[in-house]
Design a protein around this ligand. Structure first.
Ligand code: SAM
Length: 209
């Protein structure tokens, strides 16, 4: 499995679990400064746990879309470089702000990821990775709109939630449609279903084309 530098397997309660080193953020177990990264609570955690090659290597400059209260992005900021965290709901953003207080490389932005022009003046371009977990309709459009921030061979690492696009359709059909739409601006490098950690979610790794 290819893990970014700064993400390790550590022993927690008798089992080996993913972990990053940093300030605790949400009551997660910590052993010797290593914070357990639970794949059930994080699509990116599940993506790494399932062994997908994300291209994240550690120290990456990251734009994270759909940060919510900061559970996953707190781990990302532990192993990455500058990490811009976009979330449009004010309530989770309050928690995100306190997660960011303990991390000087984490920059929360109360913005709509469908409107990158509202944060393009703050977020640097030529980023190594866009990580996306927005779970709303139009997930491919959000990915395409934020492609502009990536360097030429950067990585899009996203989780697509089938039910956010169409609650009644077969998830496999939804994923095919989302991947077709993504290919307007990306080459898809790898995909993987996130079961058993997250039902009807597809992890996608892609690069701009
Ligand atoms: N990534 C988070 C984690 O693992 O800790 C969980 C994210 S949750 C599944 C999806 C989040 O995306 C919600 O907090 C929602 O408010 C946010 N979101 C949805 N559409 C968005 C948009 N257009 N712009 C910014 N945030 C958005």
């Amino acid at each position: 499995m290819t893990l970014p530098e700064g993400v390790r397997r550590r022993e927690f309660d008798g089992g080996e679990e993913l972990a990053t080193r940093g300030e605790p953020a949400y009551g997660e177990p910590v052993v010797d400064g290593w914070r357990r990264w639970d794949p059930h609570r994080s699509k990116l955690g599940a993506t790494l746990e399932l062994g997908l090659d994300t291209g994240l290597s550690g120290g990456d400059r990251v734009l994270y879309l759909g940060a919510a209260n900061g559970t996953t992005v707190s781990h990302v900021a532990d192993f990455a470089g500058p990490t811009y965290a976009v979330e449009f709901a004010p309530r989770p953003t309050r928690d995100l702000l306190s997660v960011a207080e303990a991390r000087e490389n984490l920059f929360p932005l109360l913005k709509d990821a469908r409107k990158p022009e509202t944060y393009a003046h703050v977020v640097e371009s030529g980023l190594d990775a866009v990580v996306q977990d927005v779970a709303t309709r139009g997930q491919a459009d959000v990915a395409l709109a934020n492609r502009q921030f990536l360097r030429e061979d950067g990585r899009f690492v996203g989780a697509v939630k089938a039910r956010s696009e169409d609650v009644t359709a077969d998830p496999g059909d939804v994923f095919d449609d989302v991947l077709d739409a993504l290919r307007e601006g990306y080459e898809v490098l790898a995909t993987g279903r996130l079961e058993p950690y997250h039902d009807d979610h597809l992890a996608v790794v892609a690069t701009p084309r």
